[in-house]
Design a protein around this ligand. Structure first.
Ligand SMILES: Cc1cc2nc3c(=O)[nH]c(=O)nc-3n(C[C@H](O)[C@H](O)[C@H](O)COP(=O)(O)OP(=O)(O)OC[C@H]3O[C@@H](n4cnc5c(N)ncnc54)[C@H](O)[C@@H]3O)c2cc1C
Ligand SMILES: *[C@@H]1O[C@H](CO)[C@@H](O)[C@H](O)[C@H]1NC(C)=O
Ligand SMILES: *[C@@H]1O[C@H](CO)[C@@H](O)[C@H](O)[C@H]1NC(C)=O
Ligand SMILES: *[C@@H]1O[C@H](CO)[C@@H](O)[C@H](O)[C@H]1NC(C)=O
Ligand SMILES: *[C@@H]1O[C@H](CO)[C@@H](O)[C@H](O)[C@H]1NC(C)=O
Ligand SMILES: *[C@@H]1O[C@H](CO)[C@@H](O)[C@H](O)[C@H]1NC(C)=O
Ligand SMILES: *[C@@H]1O[C@H](CO)[C@@H](O)[C@H](O)[C@H]1NC(C)=O
Length: 512
């Protein structure tokens, strides 16, 4: 019955559009008919005059298009037909209303590092947040107002220079909201929780172009939902986030490169460190990779591991003695300002980890502790795969251990983020220059590695950080215990599924 009626409605729409389609432009953008294959020039003529000075609208024939649509993830990426770049937050409701009136699908794009394959289902207009980068520290210095296009490196630098810090992602290249709407793991989470935990207010444009305020006072249910599943509900034009005085000026970092025969010793020491440090917030994060470092070997993968400590070396050293005793191929360290930490630890804006244009076929799960046996299995599989197929030698297994004290201190009922009790994060990224004939090989490897992690997880149910999701995971695994409530909020706030391209909250299957 549902099937029949939606088919009938579609038929009607088609007839209507044939009848009403006319060469006349839709001057107010609020036309009642659908217009297939509308060109960017036409949109520019109709929508352009409605937007603020400095906005632009262009298609593939524009010299800016290639840069504006370049993405980190070349595997299952969205199809962008045109780009609209609003110069003011007030433009966004107009863009959404115009798009709806003209049956144009829209996708919010900030730093274009979205990984999930569900983005590949998109075809339409990119709403590019790149001109909306203002940051305003509020009187009293307790919060800042950040526009929807701000990104981690920018925020770290700006606040640091003004004597503040806040929760951001660790990688300087990614947006604040791409991570933040799904949680947002970063170096200050041990102190203050995740990005989402510090959101006070969101200015949101809903699916129909209505601009609303989302806070404890206004639409609190949506605030709950957007702290963890926010990509599903609207466009955030700006947001208010807690900020904190910059009390720690000097951070200590230490990076090691070890050969694979040190793997067992290293993970045993990491587990001891975890027990001893007990999540201390100063030991902000230690993360590392399995990968090829061509200065050491072009064929044998090595272990790279990086520690960051909120404080100087003389306080941190107690945690490093054990690692200093493991013979390394390479060690570097330094006491530096906090804002220099991304560059010092492989996550700076211009470093290879952030580079656009490669396929990253991946898989991910949270874990509780490092299982030395399964790490060995994962490493050996890594080595055998890059030996078998040298074209994927740029792949990495990324392993992350963030301090969780600040995250666990936040009441889990305050947000939809479901994985507050997890400790460690893994990402398998099979990386290669775009070449679809390698996709099947890469997918098989990513899946095998995920299985190894899950087999070694001590029975922990597989759980997916929504921002690391490959997009093929069951949604129960992404949204966990929040899913049921999220489904009812999704039906209310995004009934037509306009925000369905980033790990969408889909209705329960019949009978569930
Ligand atoms: C190199 C790299 C490093 C990473 N490091 C971290 C990290 O340290 N911590 C962490 O938690 N995650 C990290 N991630 C994962 C990251 O959170 C996601 O990839 C995120 O989607 C990237 O956001 P973006 O703005 O860069 O990408 P985009 O593709 O521009 O945005 C991703 C999605 O976010 C939504 N979105 C973005 N802006 C808005 C807005 N203003 N309003 C509404 N919706 C919006 C849209 O749905 C969009 O599809 C990393 C990813 C990569 C590739
Ligand atoms: C409209 O676009 C569709 C797919 O994008 C294409 O198949 C069709 O030929 C186009 N029609 C016209 C009239 O250009
Ligand atoms: C491409 O876009 C980025 C921002 O995403 C900008 O920093 C860079 O200058 C642009 N490059 C060119 C050649 O326009
Ligand atoms: C570890 O820290 C938690 C609080 O974060 C505390 O409850 C627990 O007692 C600590 N354990 C040890 C062994 O210090
Ligand atoms: C590779 O190893 C060299 C030392 O041999 C080191 O300088 C460099 O930082 C390492 N690169 C990466 C990406 O780990
Ligand atoms: C793409 O991958 C295939 C292997 O599946 C390989 O034979 C081919 O050379 C690759 N193409 C490029 C351009 O590297
Ligand atoms: C560690 O992983 C191995 C291999 O998957 C598994 O057999 C073992 O049970 C795991 N140990 C723990 C404590 O989970």
């Amino acid at each position: 019955m549902t099937r029949f009626s939606s088919f009938a409605a579609f038929g009607l729409l088609l007839v209507q559009s044939l009848v009403t389609a006319s060469p006349q432009p839709c001057l107010n953008g609020l036309c009642s008919y659908t217009r297939l294959n509308i060109t960017s020039q036409q949109v520019s003529r109709e929508l352009g005059p409605q937007l603020s000075h400095g906005s632009s609208i262009y298609g593939p024939d524009d010299p800016r298009f290639a840069n504006a649509t370049a993405r980190y993830q070349a595997y299952q990426s969205p199809t962008i037909k045109m780009v609209v770049q609003p110069a003011s937050e007030a433009d966004i409701p107009k863009i959404v209303k115009y798009s709806n009136a003209n049956s144009i699908a829209f996708l919010t794009v900030n730093r274009a590092h979205g990984l999930t394959a569900t983005l590949g289902k998109f075809s339409g207009m990119q709403i590019d947040m790149g001109l909306l980068r203002d940051i305003t520290i509020q009187k009293g210095g307790k919060t800042g107002i950040f526009q929807g296009g701000t990104y981690d490196g920018q925020v770290i630098d700006y606040l640091y220079d003004h004597g503040y810090v806040t929760t951001t992602g660790s990688c300087a290249c990614v947006g604040m909201l791409g991570p933040g709407l799904g949680g947002g793991h970063g170096r200050y989470q041990g102190f203050y929780g995740m990005i989402s935990d510090n959101i006070v207010k969101l200015n949101v444009v809903l699916h129909d172009g209505q601009a609303i305020t989302v806070s404890e006072q206004s639409n609190p249910d949506l605030l709950w939902a957007m702290k963890g599943a926010g990509h599903n509900f609207g466009i955030v034009t700006s947001f208010e986030l807690k900020i904190y005085p910059r009390i720690v000026d000097t951070w200590y970092f230490k990076n090691y490169v070890w050969k694979q025969d040190k793997l067992e010793t290293m993970f045993s020491e990491l587990n001891k460190l975890r027990a001893r440090a007990n999540g201390t917030r100063e030991l902000a994060v230690n993360y590392g990779t399995y990968g090829v470092n061509s200065t050491i070997s072009t064929t044998e993968a090595v272990i790279w591991w990086s520690f960051t400590y909120a404080g100087p070396q003389h306080e941190a050293q107690q945690y490093f003695d054990a690692f200093d005793k493991i013979p390394a191929e390479y060690v570097e360290d330094g006491n530096i300002p906090y804002k220099g930490i991304p560059d010092a630890t492989g996550s700076g804006v211009d470093q290879p980890l952030c580079a656009k244009g490669f396929e990253h076929v991946h898989s991910t799960t949270y874990l509780d502790t490092w299982n030395v046996t399964s790490q060995r299995d994962v490493f050996n599989l890594f080595q055998s795969k890059i030996t078998e197929q040298p074209l994927v030698a740029g792949s990495i297994i990324m392993l992350e251990d963030y301090s969780t004290i600040g995250v666990k201190a936040v009441d889990s009922k305050t947000s939809a983020f479901p994985w507050r009790n997890r400790n460690l994060l893994t990402v398998t990224a099979v990386n290669f220059p775009p070449n679809s004939s390698l996709d099947a090989f890469a997918t098989e490897w990513a899946t095998q590695t995920l299985d190894l992690f899950n087999q070694g997880s001590g029975g922990l149910a597989p759980s997916t950080y929504v921002n690391y999701a490959a997009g093929n995971e069951p949604i129960e695994q992404m949204y966990g215990g929040s899913l049921q409530k999220l489904r009812s909020l999704k039906a209310r706030y995004d009934p037509l599924g306009k925000f369905n391209y980033y790990n969408p909250i889909t209705p329960a299957k019949h009978g569930n």
